[in-house]
Design a protein around this ligand. Structure first.
Ligand SMILES: Cc1cc2nc3c(=O)[nH]c(=O)nc-3n(C[C@H](O)[C@H](O)[C@H](O)COP(=O)(O)O)c2cc1C
Length: 337
């Protein structure tokens, strides 16, 4: 089996972006331009994941699917109840029912794995933790490359012990959720470049560098430090083929936002977003409450769909480089590196 990550015409992976931005059209456009397109299975049913795979597989085999590993660290019911109370005033202002902590849900992870084993795709990546060795083995036997995420040296070592085809090293600049292997961990403040260099010392497994890659210069530096490819999220959020909400896209392109913040306010897991009214309002109330907090804030986010002040505006530190463009133009930035 050839490793799809070390044979890319252009060494760029379009980050899987759950919650709407990742679309089959985005994955196909990236693949056609020479990068690796990724589908985000997180928050979707196994059936919806299967439908998207069918759509993309009709056009390209340069793609992969990303799964959320079930949470290792359970949420504390008392902390969830306290967060529900803290959300109540914001919910009332928006005219949505007072939030209540729901049950833990596993994102249909077992059904997704079963589907991917029975109907293999070229590559499967995992975030929020590590799959079991048995699940890695069955996916590889089915013919898929397996890619794991890590946010610090300890996680790189843990990922390497599973002998994946590549490890995504995600530095603190990254937009969206940090990929920490348990929600209780406070993510390390290590840059993508430093984490990549440290990881290069620890393992010979191909490394994909993610976080704050805002253009060709940053990518060239990461390639020189030994990255097989870069994984880019934020720049693709403004691409025409992305399913990014208009208010999110507008905020990224407006040039008006001062900066980003790492917050648990939207989902209970640390994630980097543009600072806005919601992140400021909830700054003192953060709990490790994934995935229940994600579902508690869902009605508030839905009621704020046109209001950037109340949305989860995921963004990496390089968001100012976002342009109103196409996925192919973003891929082109990285050609020849
Ligand atoms: C909107 C958004 C959604 C994301 N969703 C996922 C996801 O579903 N799975 C995943 O592994 N990473 C996800 N990430 C993280 C990316 O894989 C990647 O680490 C990050 O985008 C890289 O940093 P950058 O945004 O500065 O390019 C997401 C990032 C963003 C911006």
């Amino acid at each position: 089996m050839t490793n799809p990550l070390t044979t890319l015409p252009v060494p760029v992976v379009q980050a899987p972006m759950a919650g709407g931005p990742s679309t089959p059209a985005l994955a196909v456009a990236v693949a056609r331009a020479g990068g690796l397109g990724m589908l985000a299975a997180g928050y979707k049913t196994a059936r919806a994941m299967a439908d998207e795979i069918r759509e993309v597989a009709g056009h390209t085999d340069r793609f992969g699917v990303n799964l959320f590993v079930p949470e290792r660290d359970p949420s504390d019911p008392a902390a969830l109840a306290a967060y529900a109370r803290a959300l109540a005033p914001a919910a009332a202002e928006l005219g949505v029912p007072a939030p209540e902590p729901g049950e833990y849900v596993d994102d249909e992870y077992p059904a997704k794995l079963d589907h991917l084993t029975a109907h293999p795709v070229p590559l499967v990546s995992f975030t929020f933790g590590l799959p079991t060795a048995a699940d890695v083995a069955r996916l590889r036997e089915a013919g898929s490359a397996v890619v794991l995420n890590a946010t610090d040296e300890r996680e790189v070592e843990a990922a390497a012990r599973l002998h994946p085809d590549a490890i995504v090293v995600q530095g603190s600049e990254a937009g969206g959720h940090r990929a920490t292997h348990g929600q209780a961990a406070e993510p390390q403040d290590v840059t993508t470049a430093d984490l990549l260099s440290a990881a290069r010392e620890l393992t010979d497994i191909p490394l994909v560098a993610a976080g704050g890659v805002a253009g060709r210069g940053a990518a060239a530096d990461l390639r020189a430090r030994g990255a097989a490819a870069v994984q880019v999220g934020t720049l693709f959020l403004a691409a025409a083929e992305a399913g990014t909400k208009p208010a999110h896209r507008g905020a990224l392109l407006s040039g008006e936002h001062e900066g980003t913040v790492v917050t648990r306010a939207f989902s209970g897991r640390p994630a980097r977003a543009l600072r806005n009214r919601f992140t400021e309002r909830m700054a003192g109330e953060q709990v490790a409450g994934y995935p229940q907090v994600h579902y508690m804030t869902a009605p508030l986010r839905a009621a704020s769909v046109d209001d950037a002040a109340g949305l989860n505006l995921w963004a990496g530190t390089g968001f100012a480089a976002c342009r109103d463009t196409t996925a192919a133009d973003v891929v082109e930035l990285f050609r020849g590196l």
